[in-house]
Write a protein that binds this ligand. Structure first.
Ligand code: HAM
Length: 445
């Protein structure tokens, strides 16, 4: 288990969290989490459906893994030196004494699941996933404690063309999601062998200014010097900017691999920038890493990130290899909002059944069931109310039609159909109402 208390987060301690929580209304969701109401859910579904559509075009199938795993899966999978494992995991002991952790990201759990398939024999598997992830970070705009990712993993096979295809698929997905103006940065992290000489050069460089570095970077100097390149503290920027380009110390093979990725990306029409300081915050990456940012977000402007990886899991000496990425849904929605991107046109709103009297209400209950089985969305009034109040209710639910029925209409097998947009009313036989409504069409979209 992580040596730091699982519920003390980056810069916070349990006491400050406790005091802050005391002041919070318990009718609000806990800090860093949100309720997603139906009005917003349509945009969420749009992103999720865009993901399913595009990832399927590249041969990916959905994999659903548990939201919690044995803690070791993340400690070993992501790397004990990362901020995520050191400071951000929601770790708890279950009643059986197991140490479990809410997944802070999807990749390690997906690899754990795929260990039991033939990917370890070099057979390629393409999977995508979506759902909530949990990181105990300090909440801010675009930084949540429960956030949601859509992600993909191409597992079991190594080829620079696959790295490029993964990146091109990400850009295709962003395009489908209506997200323009994003910026793609890529880099190579090399292999473990490549990193040794580069690491020495970096340590040499940062040691010269050790006293001027932030406290975290001072510790990183001996523990994991690469993390310094990722530091956002103003006092460290000058030294990060003057750091040597680590990739120049990598082997010709590694640089050749990266050139192939860049060439395949250019051939695929991607617009990208090579950024030698891009290291990413998770320790499993080898070779290609990439990140996409968007100008419509504030400080937390990474909307997606990924790369090629080698992931070691508990009880396994051989790593699982693959390439993939994840995008944060909350941040994709923020990017869409900054672009004022609309949703595809929806089908007509629901049909509202208004009843004048108890008999009509009973009739409406049966009619509602018939219409719903015919694929037409219906809301039926169940209280006895004035027609005016019922029309107000129909407006509130944005109904496209109201069907009005009273004793008179019942006797004659008629129903009044009111077009809520134009106000036009037509009387028609109640048996033909289903056909009429279906002829208006497109209720499911
Ligand atoms: P990551 O960069 O840690 O990578 O997260 C991917 C994306 O999740 C980020 O670019 C961001 O959009 C979103 N995200 C991360 N943390 C938060 C947060 N606290 N609040 C809101 N959104 C957040 C991974 O998770 C890797 N597993 C990606 C990957 C897949 N690499 C290879 N395969």
């Amino acid at each position: 288990m992580s040596s730091i208390h699982p519920f003390s987060f980056a810069g916070d301690n349990i006491l400050t969290e406790f005091i802050r929580d005391k002041k919070m209304s318990k009718s609000l969701p806990p800090p860093g989490t949100s309720d997603i109401f139906p009005e917003e859910a349509a945009s969420w579904r749009f992103i999720e459906e865009s993901a399913i559509k595009i990832f399927s075009l590249y041969g990916y199938g959905e994999l659903r893994t548990p939201v919690f795993e044995y803690t070791e899966v993340f400690e070993r999978g992501i790397g004990g030196d990362t901020e995520v494992v050191q400071k951000e995991m929601y770790t708890f002991e279950d009643r059986g004494g197991r140490s479990l952790t809410l997944r802070p990201e999807g990749t390690a759990g997906v690899m754990r699941a795929l260990l039991n398939t033939d990917v370890m024999n070099g057979n390629e598997k393409r999977v995508f996933y979506m759902g909530p992830m949990f990181r105990g970070e300090r909440p801010a705009a675009g930084r949540k404690r429960q956030f949601h990712q859509v992600g993909v993993e191409n597992v079991g096979h190594v080829a620079p063309e696959l790295d490029a295809e993964s990146i091109l698929m990400l850009m295709h997905f962003l395009e489908e999601s209506g997200i323009r103006n994003s910026k793609l940065q890529i880099n190579t992290r090399g292999t473990a062998e490549d990193r040794k000489p580069a690491e020495e050069k970096l340590r040499e460089h940062f040691s010269k200014s050790e006293t001027a570095l932030c406290e975290d970077c001072k510790a990183r100097l001996s523990r994991n010097v690469w993390r310094i390149l990722d530091c956002k503290q103003p006092q460290c920027q000058e030294f990060i900017n003057s750091a040597p380009d680590a990739t120049t110390f990598f082997s010709p093979e590694t640089r050749g691999y990266f050139d192939k990725v860049c060439n395949a990306l250019s051939a695929g029409g991607a617009d990208f920038e090579v950024s030698p300081r891009l290291v990413r915050g998770l320790d499993y990456y080898v070779h290609t890493v990439f990140e996409v940012s968007h100008p419509g977000l504030g400080a937390q402007n990474a909307i997606a990130g990924g790369g090629r990886y080698e992931i070691f899991l508990p009880e396994n000496k051989k790593p699982v290899i693959g390439v993939g990425f994840a995008a944060g849904i909350e941040r994709l929605l923020m990017a869409r909002e900054s672009l004022d991107a609309g949703l595809p046109e929806k089908g007509p709103g629901c049909v509202f059944l208004a009843a004048l009297g108890e008999k009509a209400r009973d009739f409406n209950m049966a009619l509602a069931s018939k219409l719903r089985h015919a694929g037409i969305p219906v809301i039926a009034e169940v209280d006895i109310k004035s027609l005016k109040a019922q029309m107000r209710a129909a407006d509130r639910v944005a109904a496209s039609f109201a069907l009005i029925c009273g004793d008179n209409e019942l006797e004659k097998n008629l129903i009044v159909c009111k077009n809520m947009k134009t106000g036009e009313q037509t009387e028609m036989e109640s048996t033909s109402i289903g056909e009429f409504l279906k002829s208006i069409g497109r209720w499911h979209e």
